[in-house]
Design a protein around this ligand. Structure first.
Ligand code: NAG
Ligand code: NAG
Ligand code: NAG
Length: 358
């Protein structure tokens, strides 16, 4: 009978020590004051936008009446919603009046099997020179999804129009998973090619997109970047980081914030750990095995996946909304009464881009 009691005591002491440790942590957090780097409230708001862009009913999403279009994102004014049917991509641009900011959100992969997509990530090569930046290499597929589809011209056009309408609001770009990769390219594009200086990026569970040279270029131009990772989420571990080959490997840009649970039994706390400025802090998500898909699907307690399954299913009441469709069947829902300039500019920019690449 003695032993269980003794064990109980040890357990209690450990618990106390744990609590003690936690207090220390909280204190450290306050003491070092990371609030200028990472704002928990803002993270939660942007996570809700990154979650909403997954919704499949375009009418509800466009009119901001979807089940996830609520809570901290109430009052959001949608400016433009783009669905690239060809490549199964979705994004929106709008104004959060409570933040006085332009919000851009990109949807993650919408595939029947996220497992396949993840397995695929294991083998992704650094196979594209980031244009005009020597030594900066990125993954072509991620680059393509933002730069070489209907997404970029429509997003850029919407941002320009919104800034004309509301002034030079800061731009906050967000996305989960593959949407985080696209959000990264978008933030960099707006900062470098369109001279928007107040661009902020916050992504959730994004994969690596480029090498170390790309990461430092990125940090230079989009310093206000937060990459939230969660527990053992596998995706931020991919494509792999090979510390033995620093010149050849993928390399995350900073700054990671690693959310994970500590505690035992019912006493579980979520910690948001601010990581170092290297992008590859070994004491953050890299300190765990990174083998969980479940941890990929929820961030800050918010669902990060489509509300229904099926690849690229589009639900839309075609009669109720003004929209445009290009020859490939891609859809742009716009707040503006039909402005054919958008589709025209897509075609034009497509041509320009092919020229640049040739
Ligand atoms: C965090 O963000 C929220 C929403 O933008 C803002 O109201 C709050 O003042 C910010 N907190 C800090 C410490 O910057
Ligand atoms: C690369 O540089 C050339 C020459 O300076 C310029 O014309 C082109 O627009 C640049 N491309 C990109 C993608 O920035
Ligand atoms: C973008 O599209 C053009 C024309 O379709 C193609 O030639 C080019 O290789 C593509 N770029 C990338 C990065 O895949």
């Amino acid at each position: 009978m003695d032993r269980p009691r003794w064990l109980k005591l040890v357990f209690l002491i450990s618990l106390l020590m744990l609590c003690h440790g936690r207090t220390n942590l909280a204190f450290k957090f306050k003491h070092q004051d990371y609030s200028h780097i990472y704002n928990q409230t803002l993270a939660k708001i942007l996570a809700e936008y990154a979650s909403a862009v997954y919704m499949t009913d375009l009418t509800e999403l466009f009119t901001w009446t979807c089940s996830r279009c609520n809570d901290l994102t109430k009052g959001f004014e949608m400016i433009e919603l783009i669905v690239d049917v060809q490549y199964c991509l979705q994004a929106f641009v709008g104004v959060a009046h409570d933040l006085n900011a332009i919000i851009i959100a990109f949807r993650g992969t919408q595939e029947n099997s996220i497992q396949n997509w993840i397995e695929d990530l294991l083998w992704k090569q650094l196979d594209l020179n980031y244009p005009n930046i020597s030594d900066a290499m990125v993954h072509r597929g991620f680059y393509f999804a933002y730069h070489n589809t209907t997404v970029r011209p429509v997003v850029v056009n919407a941002v320009k129009r919104t800034r004309k309408l509301y002034g030079k609001f800061p731009v906050m770009v967000t996305g989960h998973s593959m949407g985080g990769a696209m959000a990264s390219f978008c933030a960099l594009d707006l900062a470098v090619n369109f001279g928007i200086h107040n661009v902020q990026l916050m992504t959730f569970g994004q994969p690596r997109v480029g090498n170390a040279a790309f990461a430092s270029y990125f940090t230079e131009h989009v310093p206000k970047t937060i990459r939230v990772t969660n527990g053992n989420d596998i995706v931020p571990h991919l494509p792999p980081y090979y510390s033995l080959f620093p010149q050849k490997t993928y390399h995350h840009f900073p700054r990671e914030v690693w959310t994970h649970n500590i505690g035992i039994g019912t006493l579980v706390y979520m910690i948001e750990q601010i990581c170092d400025g290297s992008g590859e802090d070994p004491s953050c998500s890299r300190s765990v095995s990174g083998d969980s898909i479940t941890d990929h699907k929820k961030y800050l307690g918010i669902d990060m996946q489509a509300d229904t399954w099926g690849s690229c299913r589009i639900v839309m009441d075609y009669s109720a909304l003004q929209y445009q469709m290009d020859l490939a069947g891609n859809i742009v829902l716009s707040k503006d009464p039909v402005s054919p300039s958008i589709i025209q500019s897509i075609t034009q920019e497509d041509n320009t881009r092919s020229n640049v690449q040739n």
